[in-house]
Design a protein around this ligand. Structure first.
Ligand code: ADP
Ligand code: MG
Length: 194
């Protein structure tokens, strides 16, 4: 990730609100970085720009060898689908799908064959320690288990970049600690364990 002189303004009526001003950031392959700041300081805005969900008002944004300034909506969507994983504060699991089906979704979108899908989904679920819950629906899981499902979904297609927006905000201290341990382990081991 290479960001230079990033400015992000949101239009409000006839005016603008500047959410990010002159941001410079370089993150290299293999890094595990946390961004800390009070509510409203622009963390989500920055993650959305890095993930190509939103665009910069000024400055240059390079992510995974792509200049996000010059890519189309479709190119950014493809980059996300193939090379990025997202983890959100509120899990964003699909309620009618089981753990297995939620985790399988990115592979279906990437047109991975059924046989390969089964292998990867089982590996990802095992990796977050949820094999015994693979046929459960989200409303029967604890918050920590939901977030572990979301982590499995974020990593099942072996992305190059995982973006997590306050992934422990809805969890108690013990579960937060567990999720952070999984994310740290993910950063250290995932490239060799899949
Ligand atoms: P954080 O994630 O650190 O809490 P955000 O990135 O969500 O902060 O928001 C940064 C600032 O930008 C806040 O003041 C917020 O109100 C404002 N903001 C966020 N999204 C929009 C939007 N779509 N339109 C206008 N202002 C926005
Ligand atoms: Mg936020």
């Amino acid at each position: 990730i290479s960001i230079k002189s990033l400015v992000k303004r949101y239009p409000i009526g006839n005016d603008f609100f500047t959410a990010l001003k002159d941001i410079n950031l370089t993150l290299n392959t293999g890094e595990f970085t946390g961004l800390v700041g009070p509510s409203g300081s622009g963390k989500t805005t920055l993650l959305n720009v890095i993930g190509g969900l939103d665009s910069a008002s000024e400055g240059t944004v390079n992510v995974l060898h792509h200049s996000l300034n010059n890519t189309s909506h479709n190119e950014r969507a493809l980059l996300r689908r193939k090379h990025m994983g997202f983890i959100f504060q509120s899990y964003n699991l699909l309620p009618v799908y089981t753990v297995y089906e939620n985790v399988e979704l990115p592979l279906i979108l990437n047109k991975v064959s059924p046989l390969e899908r089964e292998k990867k989904v089982n590996q990802a679920i095992e990796w977050v320690g949820l094999s015994d819950k693979r046929d459960s629906r989200p409303n029967t899981l604890s918050g920590g288990q939901c977030q572990r499902t979301a982590i499995a979904r974020a990593i099942v297609h072996q992305p190059d970049l995982v973006l997590a927006d306050e992934p422990t905000a809805n969890l108690d201290a013990e579960n937060s600690h567990h999720i952070m341990k999984i994310l740290t382990k993910l950063n250290k081991e995932i490239s060799t364990s899949f």
